[in-house]
Design a protein. Structure first.
Length: 305
């Protein structure tokens, strides 16, 4: 079947940028910025389905499942980016959120010819990480028809796994094939067909919400603080101290001592201070309450009564 690009919104020609090559630099960036302003509004129209996806992802996390992203080109790279930032931000194991890209690791830095056109390639990649029915698969494809992504979605459905499709074309094959379609329609790109622009920005915004929302729902955030942040560099060591101080109103010295006593575990240090507990008591209570600080504090308060 011949691929008809004319039917895709992401391939349409943007009337607002027809003469962008004639503009001076300031006029050019103003036009680009005006187009970018439309992205968040397009994502806003998809919030209901984004929320549904977050509930599915957090359910998977709490029941032994993983979040797997699949995509080609820019879409695949965005999935890998989002997945790679979860361990340092939320203290999750690297295998909890995984990004797969058509063409493998080589495709992260440069295009791998024809990789996105191979359905079976994605099936092989999913089998390679032991994808199963407990996992949730998010297919990312601006066009909504990338064969690599569609192959993965079909395989996931065969296994009975939950599926989400993130595309920027309405009523795409991907949107019609998944349990939860997310389709922010951002319109034609500043440079026709360059979906790394508005479409890529829309995808990044949605992926931010999927992981941040699901991590909040499994107790990785207290207030608006990333209480499971890993102290993997000097900046993050200092951030841990700041988080403990902001969560408990303690002094810097108290934060340092609590983090030392808890082996550099921010969440445990917070519960230790707020609950007036020893490090071992705080650690045990957090484990009992599945890592939710607020639930742990309720237990402390009920005991004190």
């Amino acid at each position: 079947m011949e691929l008809n690009l004319k039917q895709m919104v992401t391939e349409s020609r943007n009337k607002n940028t027809m003469n962008i090559d004639l503009l001076n630099t300031m006029e050019m960036v103003r036009v680009i910025n005006d187009e970018d302003k439309k992205v968040a509004l397009a994502v806003e129209k998809e919030l209901e389905n984004i929320a549904k996806a977050i509930d599915k992802i957090s359910y998977a996390f709490l029941n032994g499942g993983r979040l797997i992203y699949i995509g080609a080109g820019t879409s695949g790279r965005l999935g890998i980016l989002d997945a790679s930032e979860c361990p340092p931000t939320f203290g999750t194991p690297a295998e909890l959120v995984v990004g797969l890209i058509a063409g493998g690791k080589n495709a992260i830095l440069r295009a791998v010819e024809n990789a996105e056109d191979n359905k079976e390639l994605c099936v092989d990649d999913l089998k390679g990480i032991g994808f199963n029915s407990k996992d949730i698969l998010v297919g990312i494809a601006a066009s909504g028809r990338t064969p690599y992504v569609m192959g993965g979605i079909e395989y996931a459905k065969e296994l009975g796994a939950a599926t989400v499709g993130l595309s920027c074309n309405p009523s795409s094959i991907l949107a019609e094939s998944v349990d939860i379609p997310i389709s922010p329609v951002v319109g034609g790109e500043v440079v026709t067909g360059s979906s790394r622009l508005k479409a890529g920005t829309a995808q990044k915004l949605v992926l931010n919400m999927l992981t941040t929302g699901s991590m909040i729902k499994i107790g990785k955030v207290y207030g608006n603080l990333m209480v499971d942040v890993e102290p993997t560099n000097e900046k993050l060591v200092e951030r841990q101290k700041k988080i403990v101080m902001e969560a408990t109103d303690c002094t810097r010295e108290e934060a340092i001592y609590a983090l030392r006593d808890t082996g550099g575990h921010c969440k445990t240090a917070i519960l230790m201070i707020l609950g007036g507990l020893e490090a071992e008591e705080a650690e045990m209570l957090l484990s009992e309450k599945k890592g939710f600080i607020r639930e742990a504090l309720k237990t402390v308060k009920s005991v004190l009564k």
